[in-house]
Design a binder for this molecule. Structure first.
Ligand SMILES: [Fe+2]
Ligand SMILES: [Fe+2]
Length: 200
């Protein structure tokens, strides 16, 4: 690929990342408000601060490559935000459901950023923009750490969601079907009736 085309592609990646970072900054602030667990809330607020830093660092990565700092509309970033908003509108989630959803939603965002930074770093190195590559690497490390954090929170959020669901459910429907299905599974007759009810 000609150097001009590589530079054009690099510029596009940086502009896309800048727009994505600005979009996700608003999203993180909203996510912090929607989170009740104090440790998770704090980590999200910290990542919002880191994101402000990412915007500055991106500006320096543009400059180090002799490019003008500019954002261009990133449809994927807008789509990820839209996904969050339409989940709230369409599913009318409980706070626990929304918190569990937000961990997955946040993880998608971090992985989008990770892919963007990794691609931009490869291009920066190919073009000989070592300083830009090093700056982008700083942002990438923080995105990777945030992705790891969010992933580690999923089991706790799911526990909170099932505990809240059990509290809200009537006693018969939360206990009996499980006991009944366990006893059916133990006996051949039970397995037959399970198959019969599965066919029904
Ligand atoms: Fe970021
Ligand atoms: Fe991030």
């Amino acid at each position: 690929m000609a150097v001009d085309d590589l530079t054009k592609l690099f510029k596009h990646e940086l502009r896309d990342l800048l727009y994505a970072e600005k979009t996700f900054l608003k999203g993180l602030k909203m996510m912090a408000k929607e989170t009740s667990n104090p440790a998770i809330k704090q980590r999200i607020a910290d990542h919002a601060n880191e994101t402000e830093g990412h915007i500055d660092t991106l500006g320096r990565a543009f400059e180090a490559a002799g490019l003008k700092t500019k954002a261009t509309k990133c449809d994927a970033a807008l789509g990820l935000k839209e996904e969050h908003d339409s989940f709230k509108e369409e599913e009318d989630p409980t706070p626990e459901m929304l918190e569990a959803f937000n961990l997955g939603s946040g993880l998608r965002v971090e992985h989008y950023e990770i892919a963007g930074y990794r691609s931009a770093i490869v291009l920066a190195k190919a073009l000989g923009f070592a300083e830009s590559a090093a700056l982008l690497q700083q942002n990438l490390a923080q995105e990777e750490a945030m992705a790891k954090f969010l992933e580690a929170q999923a089991p706790g959020a799911l526990d909170a969601l099932s505990a809240a669901s059990e509290e809200g459910a009537p006693i018969e429907s939360s206990v009996e079907p499980e006991v009944a299905s366990r006893s059916r599974a133990k006996s051949p007759a039970g397995r037959a009736s399970t198959r019969a009810s599965a066919r029904a």
